[in-house]
Design a protein around this ligand. Structure first.
Ligand SMILES: Cc1cc2nc3c(=O)[nH]c(=O)nc-3n(C[C@H](O)[C@H](O)[C@H](O)COP(=O)(O)O)c2cc1C
Length: 297
């Protein structure tokens, strides 16, 4: 991997063009958004599984709870990816109500069964992505990490917030350190990175092996170059949002990205820029990439 900074899986955000953009800017590993293993197993394909030949390394993220479907899905995706990641952290109601995502943290026995199926269904390395636990009274990330390690999982991402916290509240980086100190598999720290300085601090404070970056990358995908430069030289430069958008649009055209994703990215990348409200209003009315190109000069 060319760097220790990874692009987080994000639903409706991490399309192929965006992943390749982040990779071009220096991300060491990128992930597809989470894909239902049952949907994939049923049809044998899924439009969210949009991995391109040029993507290397690339991880797919699966979610689900049905062991047979998980095994089938792993076999379908294995050839095209370098890592199979499994979601045990999504707190969304429609996911946890089906006993998937973060709901699995309440079922360590099921976690063990799923990890065993993941590892035995593919020769590719497997990772899981977890939260701290279900709620503040049931923090069990270390127990889950040990189960994963014992079953042959190679890597674990910890986003140290509970499921009931959703996207609110603080992240407990001490938990990342605790897990890193107690397991012998690679640990990816995730959450609370807003600038290159934060990423360095996460390495320093937790000793994690890799840092995963989510929301700030959707606003500023160039962060991957910035964090890498900052770690190596102590300084970094910035890239104008219009340059990032132009780079993204070229890729979106090439990989025929769903236009709603394209608009979403431009809206994220222009947020917080002085005078950008009118720009976003114009973008929201655009019907295709050609019209967007005329607006972003
Ligand atoms: C729009 C959005 C979509 C997300 N989708 C996923 C997903 O599909 N799978 C997953 O494991 N996490 C998902 N997440 C969580 C992120 O991967 C990440 O754990 C979280 O945003 C914390 O990292 P950050 O503070 O760097 O954003 C999503 C987050 C956002 C904001």
């Amino acid at each position: 991997m060319k760097s220790k900074f990874f692009l987080a899986p994000m639903a409706d955000v991490t399309d192929a063009a965006f992943r390749i953009l982040c990779s071009n800017y220096g991300a060491g590993l990128t992930y597809t958004e989470m894909i239902s293993s049952s949907a994939l197993a049923r049809k044998g394909e899924n439009k969210l599984f949009d991995v391109q030949k040029i993507e290397n390394p690339i991880a797919v993220q699966l979610m689900g709870n049905n062991l047979e479907d998980i095994s089938k899905a792993v076999k379908i995706v294995s050839k095209k990816v370098d890592l199979i990641d499994f979601n045990m952290g999504c707190p969304m109601k429609k996911i946890v109500n089906n006993l998937c995502g973060a709901a699995l943290l309440r079922e360590p026995k099921r976690v063990k069964e799923i990890c065993e199926v993941l590892v035995s269904s593919s020769k590719k390395p497997v990772s899981i992505k977890i939260r701290s636990g279900w709620d503040s009274n049931s923090i069990n990330a270390l127990k889950i990490a040990k189960i994963a390690e014992a079953t042959g999982v190679s890597m674990i991402t910890i986003h140290p917030k509970t499921s009931v916290q959703l996207r609110t509240g603080g992240v407990d980086w001490k938990l990342i350190k605790k897990i890193k100190d107690k397991v012998n598999i690679s640990v990816i720290g995730n959450g609370g990175i807003n600038c290159p300085e934060d990423a360095k601090r996460m390495f320093d404070e937790t000793g994690c092996d890799y840092v995963m970056i989510g929301r700030v990358a959707s606003k500023n995908p160039y962060i991957f170059k910035q964090v890498d430069d900052y770690l190596k030289t102590g300084k970094y430069d910035s890239k104008c949002y219009s340059e990032m958008i132009k780079d993204y649009l070229k890729l979106a055209e090439k990989y025929k990205t769903n236009f709603n994703y394209v608009k979403g990215h431009i809206i994220y990348m222009t947020k917080g820029i002085v005078g950008s409200a009118k720009l976003r209003n114009d973008i929201s009315k655009a019907k295709n990439i050609k019209e967007i190109k005329k607006i972003i000069v």
